[in-house]
Design a protein around this ligand. Structure first.
Ligand code: NAD
Ligand code: UDP
Length: 319
């Protein structure tokens, strides 16, 4: 296939480029570098099967030649207001990437008869009242809360995707991605993995927001990419959760990182940094991915962190 990946210069987009090129597809990357970096794609420049367009997906998209599939990953993705690269500090670009960007990508697919895959998120469940979260759960979101620019953009994007599928017959997929980590995460986007790894590698205490009792479930990037490729190759149109169901409190997560890195500085609690609508519990029910895609994650947290740390050391000038 000839596949357009939006958000290609970001963390997940760049790994998808690598995987789909390795699977012998031709890949067109698109990005405006608002949160991503050309460094993540530098190794692909000169590859005859890879082309790149610097473009904002909120504007009309034209790709010359054939397009068989569009994977829409362009969006700021960190909630942390301390970072200028978070969706909290890029509220309007975030809503435009989720709304106008999704519309433009679906327009390309409708015109070209191409398949569409939307990168949605566990955030569409909000601060969930059902646990673990199944795809049938409708969510618990605040349409005007501090994370609403992201949650509502993604909820709109899902609705638009289903509208194009049901009304225009576009061949669509929706992946609901749960917290994922690995190499090429932006060091300064404020998400918990880059923050904790850098603090631990510098020998500083890890900043736990709130009392650290909130939970997340962390998926290694290679596992996530495998799930996305299987979904793309399936003919399933309803949303599918892809994530690692091993749930940990943020406090336990900090202790695990300190142990693996050998950091003796411990943790500090920063209650003032916790966002008002920071979900208290998050864990995917992956029953649908297991039965339809025959997928489940293979990489443990310890193994995934061990594979991720060299990237952080290199970026921090410690390697
Ligand atoms: P990222 O910030 O590393 O990558 C996003 C990329 O999109 C960046 O390269 C950015 O420059 C680009 N982009 C943003 N707006 C754009 C626009 N208008 N036009 C063109 N390019 C634009 O983040 P990520 O973690 O790789 O996330 C990728 C996608 O996956 C996002 O849609 C995000 O919502 C979704 N997601 C990620 C996670 C996760 O844990 N990483 C979890 C749930 C959902
Ligand atoms: N968090 C933390 N310390 C940090 C950064 C984040 O305790 O330095 C917490 C944050 O409050 C949230 C969890 O870690 O409860 C995951 O945050 P992240 O920004 O990675 O993504 P989220 O899952 O909230 O979208």
């Amino acid at each position: 296939m000839r596949i357009l990946i939006t958000g290609a210069a970001g963390f997940l987009g760049s790994h998808l480029c690598d995987r789909l090129l390795a699977d012998r597809h031709a890949v067109i990357g698109m990005d405006n570098f608002i949160t991503g970096s050309p460094d993540n794609l530098a190794h692909l420049m000169g590859n005859p099967d890879f082309a790149f367009y610097r473009h904002d997906v909120s504007n009309y998209i034209f790709i010359p030649g054939r397009v068989d599939a569009v994977l829409h990953f362009a969006s700021p993705a960190s909630p942390n207001p301390a970072s200028p690269f978070s969706f909290s500090n890029l509220p309007i670009p975030t809503m435009k990437a989720g709304a106008l960007g999704t519309h433009n990508c679906l327009g390309v697919c409708h015109a070209r008869g191409a398949r569409f895959l939307l990168a949605s998120t566990s955030e569409i469940y909000g601060d969930p009242l059902e646990h673990p979260q199944k795809e049938t759960y409708w969510g618990h979101t605040d349409p005007v809360g501090p994370r609403s620019m992201y949650d509502e953009a993604k909820r709109f994007a899902e609705a638009l995707t289903m509208a194009y599928h049901r009304f225009h017959g576009v061949d669509t997929r929706i992946v609901r991605i749960f917290n994922t980590y690995g190499a090429r995460m932006r060091l300064d986007d404020g998400r918990v993995v880059p923050n904790f790894l850098q603090q631990a590698l510098r020998g500083e205490p890890l900043t736990v927001y709130g009392d650290g009792s909130q939970t997340r479930s962390f998926c290694y990037v290679d596992d996530l990419v495998e799930g996305i490729v299987r979904l793309l190759e399936s003919d399933y149109h309803e949303p599918v959760n892809i994530g690692n169901p091993v749930e940990t409190t943020i406090r336990e997560f900090a202790e695990t990182i300190n142990r693996i890195v050998g950091n003796q500085a411990g943790i500090v609690f920063k209650s003032e940094h916790r966002l008002g609508d920071d979900p208290q519990r998050r864990q995917p029910d992956i029953g649908r991915a297991q039965s339809i895609l025959k997928w489940e994650p293979k990489v443990s947290l310890e193994e995934g962190l061990a594979r991720t740390i060299p990237y952080f050391k290199q970026k921090m000038g410690l390697a």
